[in-house]
Write a protein that binds this ligand. Structure first.
Ligand code: GFB
Length: 420
């Protein structure tokens, strides 16, 4: 599919070629601020995929743009130490690449390296932009869009080492055979589409944006957003594991619960009749939320009391708990709710080894997405992704957009409904 790669051509030849009616392959790479979590990164992917899809549509077949998927790894929340290093994880571990490709042409980093370095030992990305926030924006009160090259400070260039041959090494995602020909710093404020003017596709075949969390959505909540979101189906093995668990322990069944979706996401249709399995799911976010967002999370005792009230109202007997809580907190919650069947998913060693902490988190999310009733944690992107999956499956919104009240008080909750 990517056989027509023209990266080995020099600059002049590229220019000559681009005057012909040939389709040229172009590549966008990106990376995200290291502390950002898994589920915010999924949102950055959505913004970027919409951007890349629009590029191909606009360029009228002159360029075919590909999105290179940044390997997963070294995330702050992925703490399991008994499963080997969690780095350079391909997207196919978590997501169904064929589904993603039905929205935008994507390519894994390892495939990109293989193709891009056909004629040399290294893959050189033509240009890297390190995106930076406009620090003066808040001082001056001027929030206009900004797209301005600036001199890179040594701090911005910290991870990029200039070599004697004039290019840059950065151990991109831990790959020592990937370098960059140019590195530029760009103060950026605005939506994704504004990045287009920095691409120069007649000159550069591959452009990378570091700190891609900075540009905003062009189309949050629109039909386009939801199409991209619907294409983010998980690896089918993760659905199987989640479904086996919920059939066995939660009496769930897709056909009875009206949570079935067509194999192909492009065939999905608007509906609001999903019933869900006979259980309530709570996403109880703990750990760093207990420090950074102490006011918006409940104590365990208070969470138990909110859940009991809901269980009685819904007349349900089973509760599924998705949580990053320590065992002692989970056990406390379970004992406070001992009038109900309380369960959580515990992965086998082989599931953990194969699908890592990210895959286990997705299994929790799938189980929650099929519950009769869902309650999440205020402002957790982990919760948001479950709500989106439930919108796609067609639950009545009141069974989805619910949050535990924190120890301070209940915050106003957002409900982003699907558009078809
Ligand atoms: O995904 P995430 O960015 O969501 O980060 P938030 C939370 C991570 O913690 C997940 C684990 O990706 C999982 O690895 N985790 C949390 C869970 N809840 C569960 C769960 O129910 N089951 C399992 N298996 N794992 C952001 C942080 O977290 O909140 C930012 O990433 C920052 O660093 C921000 O702290 C305030 O949006 O919840």
């Amino acid at each position: 599919m990517h056989g027509r790669l023209n990266v080995s051509l020099g600059l002049t030849e590229r220019r000559t070629y681009s005057t012909k009616r040939t389709t040229f392959f172009r590549y966008i790479l990106y990376d995200v601020n290291p502390p950002e979590g898994f589920n915010l990164r999924r949102d950055v992917y959505l913004r970027t995929s919409i951007f890349v899809r629009n590029l191909s549509e606009k360029s009228k077949k002159r360029y075919q743009w590909h999105l290179v998927l940044p390997p997963w790894g070294n995330l702050y929340h992925w703490r399991s130490t008994d499963i080997g290093p969690q780095k350079q994880i391909p997207w196919s571990t978590f997501f169904d690449l064929e589904s993603l490709k039905k929205y935008v042409p994507v390519i894994e980093m390892h495939e990109f390296i293989k193709e891009y370095s056909q004629n040399s030992k290294t893959s050189a990305i033509d240009r890297v932009y390190i995106l930076q926030n406009d620090e003066k924006m808040f001082e001056t009160g001027n929030f206009d869009d900004k797209n301005q090259l600036v001199n890179c400070t040594p701090d911005a260039l910290r991870k990029y080492q200039a070599s004697s041959s004039g290019n840059y090494g950065a151990k991109f995602w831990g790959y020592s055979n990937v370098t960059a020909n140019e590195v530029k710093c760009l103060v950026y404020h605005g939506t994704m589409s504004g990045l287009e003017e920095n691409l120069y596709p007649d000159i550069y075949s591959s452009v990378m944006f570091d700190h891609m969390e900075i540009p905003l959505h062009d189309s949050y909540g629109t039909k386009e957003f939801w199409a991209a979101r619907r294409s983010m189906r998980y690896n089918s093995a993760l659905y199987e594991i989640a479904n086996d668990f919920s059939q066995k322990y939660l009496k769930s069944n897709d056909s009875r619960d009206k949570t079935e979706l067509p194999m192909d996401w492009t065939k999905e249709k608007s509906k609001r009749n999903a019933l869900g399995g006979p259980y309530l799911c709570v996403h109880l976010r703990r750990r760093d939320f207990l420090i950074g967002r102490a006011g918006s999370v409940p104590t365990i005792k208070n969470a138990a009391s909110q859940l009991s009230i809901k269980m009685e109202e819904l007349n349900l007997q089973s509760i599924f708990i998705a949580t990053d809580a320590e065992n002692n907190e989970y056990n406390e919650l379970k004992s406070l709710l001992n009038m109900y069947a309380v369960t959580r998913y515990t992965p086998s060693d082989s599931v953990k080894k194969l699908y890592k902490d990210g895959g286990v988190a997705i299994i929790d999310q799938i189980i929650c997405s099929k519950a009769r009733y869902f309650i999440g944690t205020h402002e957790s992107t982990f919760t948001f992704r479950i709500q989106e999956d439930r919108e796609i499956m067609g639950f009545p919104s009141k069974m989805t957009f619910n949050e535990l009240c924190g120890i301070e008080k209940c915050k106003s909750r957002s409900s982003w409904k699907i558009l078809w």
